[in-house]
Ligand binder design. Structure first.
Ligand SMILES: [Zn+2]
Length: 266
């Protein structure tokens, strides 16, 4: 397993208004190196998008360094709009690529919750996606990582450097060590998670028609096109909503071989 790590900024960038000693670029550089060391201890091969903190590289190009890697993680701390100190907003957020594996959102949330727990943030960890032009990821690093086929691309906001408590917490080296351990453990758990048992839909007994929509209704499953697309994805069926796709899904359902999509944490 190979993981590419990216410090979100270079040089001395994004100074905290809450504590002027803090720069997002510097603390996230330290953190991404520590996470790398922890991942190596767990048997991963680790790459970094840059060799030193004073080197810049355009965001999409950084994402593209994930070519041949199993995961890409970009390290950041967040700021509220306007960039002024705000001591009430305090939560990590993990952005995941729109084209990650179906479990991308679940992974993002797991990672975010692990960070929230270790940092002791006021609010819970969140996950998010951000859509940009042409329906692609808005975030350049994620776009780049996906462009080279990396299946798991994330951008992690380690709470807010506009929050005094979070900023001070991230300034302590011992806290970064602890955070590196919990992030590496979370990533490791995601890669070595126990696969969920495959479950199949019930057979619509006695149904002899040729409508997947009616057949799903018979077994009390949501038969909307959007839900059928989710089911289609779980079963690798192309062309949901067209005759061939619908027929393929109906045939699997009648045979009791239509897989229920894994439950993605909301
Ligand atoms: Zn940033």
């Amino acid at each position: 397993m190979k993981i590419m790590l990216d410090a979100g900024h270079y040089g001395a960038y994004n100074r905290s208004p809450a504590d002027k000693r803090y720069y997002e670029s510097k603390q996230m550089w330290l953190l991404h190196k520590k996470v790398g060391e922890e991942l190596k201890k767990r048997g991963y091969s680790v790459g970094y998008t840059r060799t030193d903190i004073n080197t810049d590289l355009e965001v999409t190009k950084r994402g593209k360094k994930a070519k041949g890697y199993d995961a890409f993680l970009s390290f950041h701390s967040n700021a509220v709009g306007g960039g002024k100190t705000n001591d009430t907003v305090d939560y990590p957020k993990v952005y995941y690529s729109l084209t990650n594996t179906p479990e991308g959102g679940k992974w993002a949330l797991n990672l975010s919750q692990a960070i929230a727990k270790t940092m002791g943030t006021r609010q819970e960890g969140k996950k998010a996606t951000k859509v940009g032009d042409k329906g692609l990821d808005y975030l350049g690093v994620l776009r780049g990582a996906r462009a080279v086929g990396c299946p798991n691309a994330y951008l992690i906001e380690h709470s807010f450097h506009t929050n005094t408590a979070a900023t001070r917490w991230l300034m302590e080296d011992k806290n970064l060590n602890q955070l590196a351990i919990s992030e590496a453990d979370a990533i490791d758990n995601l890669f070595h998670r126990v696969p969920e048992k495959v479950q199949y839909y019930a057979v619509p007994v006695g149904y002899t028609g040729n409508s997947i929509s009616q057949a799903l209704k018979l077994i009390a499953e949501d038969n909307s096109l959007s839900n059928r697309k989710i089911i289609g994805k779980a079963n690798n069926i192309e062309g949901i909503g067209t005759a061939p796709g619908n027929t393929r899904m109906l045939n699997l359902l009648k045979k009791g071989k239509l897989i229920k999509p894994p439950v993605i944490a909301k």
